[in-house]
Design a protein around this ligand. Structure first.
Ligand code: F58
Length: 847
């Protein structure tokens, strides 16, 4: 085993002569590692001078932010290098989390919390006349994800490090992340997210570990020296993958794991070829094409199928990562046969599923392994997490496109498929229909490669992300695979990190909790249960309420500054923050708003609980209906917020550009969390967990993790409404007619008629017609069927809110009973049941 301390991240076996650093040098390191307020300040000013090249009089806020970020990074580096050294020496079994998205959110605050120096740094900055809050605002967040799936990956990295599990996150370093959202005239407008333009102090490029990726071309067949028939891939394009590493520090531990993201570049040799032949522009063009690969994150339209660049991105990062892992294996002098012993790879949905084939190709074509052994290693390596129940969201690639980009992989898929279908035939003889359904190739019309099938066949474990979701996968979406391989299926209910979504974002509530039960809940969220003993303690209730009120006031100020809308912090803050999608039913909440408005218009003196409805979220740029719903929210807001009859009792706010930063402001300020998807559509949801952890009550359907949240907090502390999944299936099967509900529910009819009439669109009765027509004629997400139950439930919410003691009690119980939903618990489940990996203790060995 090498003693190179950085070999797991550096992967080289050459000796680094740390011993040559003499004692004095080592102690000078303390300027870069010391954690007391004085040392931190000194280091900060040093970085301002030597890294930013500024003295205070000329420094901008960004200079200060950068200087602080480097000060923090220095402290991370010491832990990072020690962690890598430890893993390398021990040859530790390592989790590789493969994900096309990592929605990390800003790093500064989180790193300060995990290092345990937040308060010192805040004080130190204040002494220098700087506000830590302002410096944190300066950070451009890396928005390298669309929503829940990408954020889950980020929470899991935090928990992996906190639990001292050796792990690497592998993904793509998109130059442009999820678009920035503007609102113009009520419509969503997208802007490019240039998150790297001011530089990224958290990453380190590692060009020395670049790898080459082949694309396109054709295959050739030949007989090798041992007389074996073999295939060789002759690509027509080669690109270079360059890794950029970001340290991921755990909470109160020395473990700092690595997030390794790949950037695509043209290999120099390609430039040269064109350049030498005088084709300078050709060379530059080549470079441009190559660099496109990691240029932009795909927004999640459901129609992302058939986009060549997306398949290229997937293959690119998977191939880079697998080659990198083989390099690490070799660097630790481990044989390739041990690949699955060294690494457990988790496939975050099907986006990295091509890795099943790529690992087979690397083992067989590059390392001359025989098929059986390669297959054993491959399927022992991978495990697959499914995140969706929407059939239209299951990835498939047209064979033509697939074969033109990855000709060798298509051959291997045919071979895998043939062997797999032989197995199916043996287990289920004479069941041709089943073979057609299960095949890796969809041949019902145009031919496609089915990525979910590939992931199921190539993995030893398959999981859903909430109990109901896993059950529905087994019964419905992946039923044939469950019947074939029941032992592969497990549930792994999602979780969220309490470090970012409590300690950092709700420091006052966190401090109150810690003052009562100590701080071990931060690493062991189940301990929150001890709060139950204070649920009837009047003093505790007052404090709990005061903190909620404080967060609401802060959000009210934000709304005033950003939307120029005055909202009352005493009103009920009713919040729905998530991606816009019809199945999530933001428009069901809109029907509630319009209903309340209609009640006021019919009787302006009606007794009503004042509410502020807050929405946040992005719609995929090509998703017309989702964008129309955003427009409708803003249109309804324009009318309701100004109508004197309303007397400020209802306010509707759309917060633009919902991202991790904004989410951290929103969760602490919520009274009511809207989790109102059609039952059977939301795989899990994780916002639902973050809201409840911060003391919001949930109004929700029996969907995704709502079911388990309700089980935990108690049905008396959860506002339940709506059809169950079974009822939805039943209605669909027996001819659902939304119009019947419209005709029989007067309030629903009035709400729809108001929207249809052009009342909210300055008389334009055409604007919202697509939405209204869809609801009246189709309503595939059953808004009308759930409307009455939703409104009745909301009336109950309003009544309970009037009793602030009761509400506060419910709020405390919600937070106290959220222990299950820590991502630490999720990760422990994965480690035990799927990855079979143990924690590794890291000692700090340098100054
Ligand atoms: C989400 N999926 C689920 N997909 O919708 C949510 O219920 C779950 O809690 C979460 O995963 C974590 O398990 C999701 O966010 C995407 O954003 C895809 C990105 C790539 C294109 C297709 C959508």
């Amino acid at each position: 085993m090498t003693s190179n301390p950085s070999a797991q991240i550096h992967g080289s076996s050459s000796e680094l002569s740390l011993d040559a650093i003499d004692l004095q040098d080592r102690c000078e390191l303390s300027n870069r590692t010391g954690m007391d307020s004085e040392t931190l300040k000194r280091a900060f000013l040093n970085n301002l001078f030597y890294v930013q090249g500024k003295f205070p009089a000329l420094a901008t806020t960004n200079d200060y932010y950068m200087a602080l970020a480097y000060t923090v990074r220095d402290r991370l580096l010491q832990r990072w290098i020690n962690t890598a050294a430890t893993y390398t020496e021990l040859g530790s079994r390592t989790v590789a989390y493969f994900s096309a998205e990592f929605l990390m959110g800003p790093h500064l605050g989180n790193n300060l919390i995990n290092l345990g120096i937040y308060d010192q740094v805040e004080q130190g900055m204040a002494e220098l006349g700087l506000s830590l809050d302002e410096l944190q605002e300066e950070e451009e967040e890396p928005g390298l994800g669309n929503g829940g799936l990408g954020r889950l990956a980020a929470c899991y990295l935090d928990s992996l490090a906190t639990l001292d599990i050796p792990s690497l996150g592998y993904g793509i370093r998109y130059e442009f992340g999820i678009f920035d959202q503007d609102i113009r005239d009520g419509w969503q407008v997208e802007r490019t997210d240039k998150w790297l333009s001011a530089g990224n102090p958290w990453e380190i490029a590692r060009p020395e570990w670049s790898v080459e990726i082949k694309l396109g071309g054709h295959t050739e067949h030949y007989t090798d020296d041992h007389g074996n028939y073999r295939s060789r891939w002759v690509p027509d394009q080669v690109v270079k993958g360059i890794p950029y590493d970001t340290p991921i520090l755990g909470y109160q531990t020395n473990t700092a794991n690595t997030l390794r993201l790949w950037t695509a570049e043209a290999p120099e040799s390609f430039d040269f070829r064109s350049f030498n032949s005088g084709d300078y522009l050709g060379a530059v063009y080549e470079k441009m094409i190559s660099e496109n690969i990691s240029k932009v994150l795909y927004p999640n339209d459901d129609s992302s199928q058939g986009k060549q660049l997306r398949l290229t991105q997937q293959f690119f990062f998977v191939s880079c990562s697998l080659q990198d892992m083989i390099r690490i294996l070799h660097g630790q002098n481990l044989p390739l046969e041990n690949f699955h012993k060294k690494f457990a790879v988790q496939l975050n949905d099907t986006h990295p599923a091509i890795s099943v084939v790529e690992l087979m190709r690397l083992l067989i074509d590059h390392h001359q392994m025989d098929w059986e052994q390669a297959w054993t290693i491959t399927h022992q390596t991978f495990a697959y997490t499914n995140h969706t129940l929407l059939p239209e969201a299951l990835e498939r690639w047209p064979i033509e496109l697939f074969g033109s980009l990855l000709p060798r992989h298509l051959e291997l898929i045919y071979e895998i498929n043939q062997r797999f279908l032989d197995e199916v035939r043996i287990k289920f003889p004479d069941d041709e229909e089943r073979m057609i359904r299960m095949s890796l190739i969809d041949e019902s019309g145009e031919r496609y490669v089915r990525m979910a099938h590939l992931a199921c066949v190539g993995s030893h474990a398959i999981n859903g992300v909430a109990a109901l979701h896993t059950e529905l996968l087994q019964k419905d979406v992946l039923r044939d695979f469950y019947e074939m391989y029941p032992h592969k299926f497990t549930n792994k209910t999602n979780g969220v990190t309490p470090r970012r979504f409590m300690v950092l974002s709700n420091s006052q509530l966190s401090k109150l909790i810690t003052s009562k039960i100590g701080d071990s809940w931060i690493k062991n969220l189940k301990e929150l249960q001890q709060l139950e003993q204070f649920v009837d303690d009047a003093g505790f209730q007052v404090e709990w309420r005061r903190i909620k009120q404080h967060s609401k006031t802060e959000l009210a100020t934000y709304i005033q500054n950003n939307n120029n809308i005055t909202v009352d912090p005493d009103s009920l803050f009713d919040i729905q923050a998530k991606r816009f999608h019809e199945y999530k039913r933001q428009h069901l909440s809109l029907l509630h708003i319009v209903t309340l408005y209609n009640r006021i218009k019919a009787n302006p003196d009606i007794e009503i609980t004042p509410r502020t409805f807050i929405f946040g979220g992005k719609a995929a740029p090509g998703y017309f209906m989702a964008k129309l719903i955003i427009k409708l929210i803003n249109s309804v807001g324009n009318v309701v917020n100004r109508d004197p009859d309303v007397r400020g009792r209802l306010k509707v706010v759309f917060l633009k550009d919902y991202n991790v930063k904004l989410a951290q402001r929103i969760y602490p300020a919520a009274d009511l969390s809207e989790q109102i998807s059609t039952a059977g559509k939301e795989a899990s949801g994780t916002g639902n967990m973050k809201f409840a952890l911060n003391g919001a009550l949930t109004i929700g359907t029996l969907d995704g993790a709502n079911v388990e949240i309700r089980e935990e907090v108690g049905e008396e502390n959860f506002f339940l409404f709506g059809l169950t999944t079974e009822e939805v299936y039943h209605k669909r099967a027996h001819g659902y007619r939304s119009r019947d509900y419209y005709h029989t529910n007067a309030e629903l009819k009035l709400a729809i008629d108001r929207i249809a009439s052009g009342f909210f669109s300055q008389g334009d009765a055409e604007l919202f017609r697509p939405l209204v027509d869809d609801l009246l004629n189709q309503d595939q997400y059953f808004l009308f069927a759930d409307y009455a139950s939703y409104i009745a439930c909301q009336d109950q919410v309003a009544a309970v809110y009037k009793d602030q003691t009761k509400w506060t009690r419910m709020s405390i119980l919600n937070a106290a009973r959220m222990g299950k939903f820590s991502s630490d618990r999720s990760i422990e489940d994965y480690c035990r049941d799927i990855w079979k990996v143990e924690p590794v203790n890291v000692e700090l060995r340098q100054c």
